[in-house]
Design a protein around this ligand. Structure first.
Ligand code: 5GP
Length: 116
């Protein structure tokens, strides 16, 4: 079994992080250290450490992450101007928390896709 991260506690509401959305498959909340005006994390409720461990059984939850991102972008009023969705994987991807999460970033121009 992969080791739980702080995100499992957030899903179970064992720590005080307000949820923006939760259903049987996914949970969304604001990033604790926002890099831009709108910075939301959308995660599967099941612990999948990285994209490398994804299986076909996860497709429903991964698809739900996208539809929830769309709804939250609309709710935040950033859908028309646009936004970026990012999932980092492992060291070169810059992943810090080993529970898959999609960053929903927007609310301001985001600049070039990559800065290396
Ligand atoms: P990564 O670099 O793994 O793609 O992104 C992890 C993100 O999780 C970072 O943007 C970081 O600020 C955020 N984060 C880490 N710990 C917590 C936490 O306890 N609460 C919340 N809301 N965000 C967290």
């Amino acid at each position: 079994m992969p080791e739980e991260t702080i995100f499992s506690k957030i899903i179970r509401q064992e720590i005080d992080t307000p949820l923006l959305y939760q259903d049987d498959l996914v949970t969304a909340f604001r990033d604790i250290a926002p890099r831009v005006d709108t910075h939301i994390l959308i995660i599967p409720n099941t612990l999948i450490p990285t994209i490398n461990e994804v299986t076909e059984e996860d497709e429903l939850a991964l698809g739900r992450m996208i539809t929830v991102a769309k709804k939250l972008a609309e709710q935040e009023g950033i859908d028309e101007d646009g936004y970026r969705l990012i999932i980092n994987c492992n060291k070169h991807g810059g992943q810090e928390v080993y529970h898959i999460h999609m960053h929903l970033l927007g609310g301001q121009p985001l600049g070039p896709m990559l800065s290396i």
